[in-house]
Design a protein around this ligand. Structure first.
Ligand code: QAP
Ligand code: CO
Length: 167
């Protein structure tokens, strides 16, 4: 197992469109294990492979308090089941220290492969629905800051660039 480096906004590699996983093999399962270790150590509730500079369509998530509900989504796809939007204060391991409200559809149907390459489906509401959409966005090169005003996004960009220069 290994802790992977997490790319931070405004790194242009976060804009890469991830490629579908063709075969779920031991290499993919190793990556998934490393992604969980990286997410738990951060700590975070969701991580997309894009964030660790691996451009494959893989997401890991654990919304539980005690890390007891690890979820893996390989090649995830979702459709929104409602026009109803809900606002959540979102954060992101790639935008450390910043949290802002984002509106998203509050109910989605997700299909994906599990860590054995077996297809599954689930209906997600609440935080799980938010997290699925946030993480799928990463696989398409999109970040939660893209939903904010240019002014807010630019302020966050400048503050993070300043921190990166100091580091
Ligand atoms: C995505 O985000 C998410 O700023 C997962 O300093 C977030 O795990 C989906 C984190 C909220 C829905 C709602 C953020 C850790 C973790 C930070 C995360 C930080 C340290 C974010
Ligand atoms: Co994120």
């Amino acid at each position: 197992m290994a802790i992977l480096n997490i790319l931070e906004f405004p790194d242009s590699r976060l804009r890469t469109i991830a490629k579908p996983v063709a075969v779920v093999d031991d290499g993919i399962r190793q990556l998934i294990d490393d992604m969980f270790e990286t997410m738990y150590e951060a700590p975070g509730i969701g991580l997309a492979a894009t964030q660790v500079n691996v451009h494959k369509r893989i997401v890991v998530m654990d919304l539980s308090e005690d890390r007891s509900e690890p979820r893996v989504f390989i090649n995830p796809q979702f459709e929104t089941l409602t026009d109803e939007m809900e606002q959540y204060q979102e954060g992101c391991l790639s935008v450390p220290g910043f949290y802002e409200n984002v509106d998203r559809p509050n109910k989605v149907r997700v299909t994906a492969l599990d860590r054995d390459g077996k297809p599954f489906e689930l209906t997600a509401e609440g935080l799980l629905a938010v997290c699925v959409q946030h993480e799928c966005d990463h696989l398409n090169g999109k970040l939660f800051v893209d939903y904010l005003s240019n002014l807010k996004r630019d302020r966050i960009k400048k503050k993070l660039e300043k921190l990166h220069k100091q580091a």
